[in-house]
Design a protein around this ligand. Structure first.
Ligand code: IPD
Ligand code: CA
Ligand code: CA
Length: 260
C-alpha cells in the first residue's frame, strides 16, 4: 500500500469516529468558551477532536508536522513546509454553526509533502458528506467523482463570502462583485464553502480572515477540480502566512482581482 493510500485509509477511519463523537456530543450540553472575541468560540469538542487527531498522527507518522487551530499541534514558527510532510487540521470548521445551528460545520484535514498538496478532506458531519481528493485523482463526495468545474464567470453564478463583507469597512469592496453576481451566499464554514465551489454551486468565495487550517484543504480540493486560489493581488497562497483570499473559477478569480 502506498503512503498516500495508508494515510487515506487512516484518515477516513479517524473522520468516521470524529463524526460519531461529535454527533453524540450534541445530545448533551457543550462546554463553550470565547477566544479572541464574542463570536470566536471554542468548545470541548473542538479540543477533544483535535487532541485525538494529533495523537493518532503523531503515533503513525512521528516525523510529520502538524498545523492545527487549538494548540495541540506544532508551533507555526517551527514548521518547515518545503522540507517536511505537514498536516493541516481544523477539528471543527464553523464552530459558531456547530453551537448555534448544530449543522453546517466540517472536520478538515490536508496533507502537504514538501509544500505540495497531496490529499484533502472536508467532512460535512451532519450531512454525512465527505469531500476528499488525492492529487491527480479528482475530487469525490463520498464515493461519487465530481465533474470538473466549468469556468463560469461571476455574472452567471453565485458569489460567496464570509459575513465580514457586510461590515462597513468591507462593504465597498464587495458592492461591485455583488452587483455582477447572480446572488450572494454565506454559509459560515470556509471548508464547506470551498466544497461548494469545487462542486460548482458557487463561482467564487472571498474571505478576509482565513487561517492556514481554513485554506489548506480547500486549496487542494479546488485546484484539483479546476479552480484557482490567490491572494487579493493575484499572488499564490502563502499557507503559513495567510492573507485575504479569493477562491474561484479561473474567470471569476480574475474578475474579482480586477475589482479589488
Ligand atoms: C471560521 C469559519 C468561517 C470563516 C472564519 C473561520 P472556525 O472557522 O470557517 O466561515 O469566516 O474566518 O475562522 O473558527 O469556525 O474554525
Ligand atoms: Ca476554521
Ligand atoms: Ca475550527
Amino acid at each position: 500500500m502506498s503512503l498516500i493510500d495508508k494515510r487515506d485509509t487512516l484518515i477516513k477511519k479517524w473522520l468516521k469516529k470524529a463524526a460519531a463523537d461529535i454527533k453524540e456530543s450534541l445530545k448533551s450540553d457543550l462546554n463553550v468558551e470565547t477566544k479572541t472575541k464574542r463570536n470566536d468560540l471554542v468548545t470541548n469538542m473542538d479540543r477533544q477532536i483535535e487532541r485525538d487527531f494529533v495523537e493518532q498522527i503523531q503515533y503513525h507518522f512521528p516525523e510529520d508536522q502538524i498545523v492545527s487551530e487549538e494548540g495541540y499541534g506544532d508551533k507555526i514558527e517551527d514548521i518547515h513546509l518545503e522540507e517536511n510532510t505537514v498536516w493541516f487540521l481544523d477539528p471543527i470548521d464553523g464552530t459558531l454553526n456547530f453551537v448555534l445551528q448544530e449543522e453546517n460545520f466540517a472536520v478538515m484535514l490536508a496533507v502537504y509533502e514538501k509544500g505540495i498538496g497531496q490529499q484533502a478532506y472536508v467532512y460535512d458531519v451532519m450531512r454525512d458528506e465527505l469531500y476528499w481528493a488525492i492529487k491527480g485523482k479528482g475530487v469525490y463526495c463520498n464515493d461519487q467523482l465530481l465533474p470538473k468545474m466549468s469556468d463560469t464567470p461571476l455574472k452567471d453564478g453565485l458569489f460567496a463570502s464570509n459575513s465580514m463583507y457586510l461590515s462597513d469597512k468591507q462593504v465597498n469592496l464587495n458592492t461591485e462583485i455583488t452587483k455582477q453576481a447572480m446572488g450572494v451566499r454565506t454559509i459560515g464554514s470556509a471548508g464547506i464553502e470551498a466544497t461548494e465551489l469545487a462542486k460548482g454551486s458557487v463561482v467564487a468565495y472571498v474571505s478576509y480572515g482565513l487561517k492556514p487550517w481554513d485554506v489548506a484543504p480547500g486549496l487542494i480540493l479546488i485546484e484539483e477540480n479546476g479552480g484557482v486560489l490567490t491572494e487579493f493581488d493575484g499572488s499564490p497562497i502563502d499557507l503559513l502566512n495567510t492573507k485575504p483570499t479569493i477562491m474561484g473559477t479561473p474567470t471569476a478569480n480574475e474578475e474579482i482581482q480586477k475589482m479589488i
